[in-house]
Structures are given as C-alpha cells and as structure tokens.
Design a protein around this ligand. Structure first.
Ligand SMILES: O=C(CO)[C@@H](O)[C@H](O)COP(=O)(O)O
Ligand SMILES: [Fe+2]
Length: 224
C-alpha cells in the first residue's frame, strides 16, 4: 500500500487567486494537487483545462498534479495535459471507446495513468488493464460538483478495489474523491484508500493547515 496522501481539489479554491491558493495548500501540508477538468458534456459543469495546468507549472508549482478528466471523448485532450505538465492523468472508462489505448497514450507521454469509477460503475474492466494503471480513483459522489455528500456504499467498493490491487502486487494508488472530510477520512482509509481528495472540506475553511493536520491525525489512527 502507498503512503497516505492528501490531495486538495482546487475546484473549491478561489480561482481568482489560484496560484496563491495552491501555494498555500501545499505549504499547509498537502501532497498532491487534484485538478478537476469538466467539459459540460460528460458532466454538467465547466471548469479549467490544460492552459491552467501549464500556468500553475510556470508559476512554480512542482508538486504532483493529478488531472481528473471528466471529458468525453477524452483522447484528444490527453496530449495537451501531458504537455501541460500533469503528473497523473485519470479518465472515466465511459469517456473513451478504447480504454487500453487511452491508458497507453498517457503512459507513452511519460505520465502516470488512472481509471475513475463513478459510484454505480462496476470495477470489471480493471482486471484487464491492471498492468497499465498507476492509480484507481473511486468517485464517492456523482461527478460534476464539489461539496456533495459521501455515498456510503463506496466503502464496500473500496474494499473490493483494495483486494484487486493487492492481488495484482503492483504499486497502484487507490484514490477516493467526493465528500471526504475530517469526520469520515479514518473510516475511508480503513476501507482501503491511500489517497484522499478533499475540496470543500479544506478550501471552505479559513485554516488549511489545521484541517490537513486533523486529517493526518485521523489517518494515523486508522487500523490497517
Ligand atoms: O471530481 C470531483 C467532483 O466531480 C471532486 O474532485 C470534487 O471537487 C471534490 O470536492 P469535495 O466533495 O471534496 O468538496
Ligand atoms: Fe475530482
């Protein structure tokens, strides 16, 4: 299992001061920058694209950037995110005709590849591409918006994903995204997640360091 990582979703950051917000959340102890890309087609919302990712790199952000692509079709934009300096590029299996090819495109570009599963999407395809993924992301809300409530059924799905990853013997991050907060992060870790996206729980508070610290305290108490 990978060490625990906290990945603030910049969807809930102040976009007018994005560079500063990312600097602040990293200084507060975040490990990974979670970058939500929405196209108003695959999901009913529109956010930011590769130019903003490149701008963050130019501004001086060196931390891993985890580009969560809620874009369909996804293949055309993958190259732009590789160029823009993304570290992880993840996409939803429903957003491509050819899952294996999209994973390969990401890997060939030197990025880490991940598959994202919506709350009601089965994990079935995973077993055919286990050797080509570096991250599995389980959505614990329906994608499109920050600030939603964690769907409890995701805990069982996390256990299922953890078992598949462990059986593969590969170093694959298991990320959870949606409704994560100080109150539920320990239970989510105990179900098998190692990487925790949190948007509103971090950015909607005045003190990022305090909330990230509280999350780490909870994670330290998680039973393996
Ligand atoms: O991908 C998404 C939503 O589609 C997420 O990354 C959210 O932005 C997480 O926000 P919170 O639920 O933590 O507020
Ligand atoms: Fe996300």
């Amino acid at each position: 299992m990978q060490p625990f990582a906290i990945a603030p979703s910049i969807l809930s950051a102040d976009f007018a001061r994005l560079g500063e917000e990312v600097d602040n959340v990293l200084a507060a102890g975040a490990d990974i920058v979670h970058f939500d890309v929405m196209d108003n087609h695959y999901v009913p919302n529109l956010t930011i694209g590769p130019m903003v990712c490149a701008a963050l790199r130019k501004y001086g952000i060196t931390a891993p950037i985890d580009a969560h692509l809620m874009v369909s079709p996804v293949d055309r934009i993958i190259g732009d995110f590789i160029e823009a300096g993304a570290t992880y590029i993840t996409f939803h299996p429903e957003a491509t005709q050819h899952i294996d090819r999209s994973l390969q495109l990401i890997r060939e570009g030197g990025c880490k590849a991940g598959l994202v599963f919506n709350p009601a999407t089965p994990l079935d395809v995973l077993k055919y591409v286990m050797d080509k993924v570096d991250m599995v992301l389980l959505m614990s809300v329906n994608p499109g918006f920050g600030g939603q409530k964690f769907i409890p059924g995701t805990l069982n799905k996390l256990r299922e994903a953890r078992a598949l990853i462990d059986a593969s013997g590969r170093d694959i991050r298991l990320e959870i995204d949606g409704g994560v907060n100080v109150g539920n992060i320990r239970e989510i870790a105990e179900a098998g997640a190692d990487t925790f996206v949190a948007g509103s729980a971090i950015f909607n508070t005045p003190n990022y360091e305090e909330v990230i610290q509280k999350m780490r305290t909870e994670l330290a108490l998680a039973r393996p």
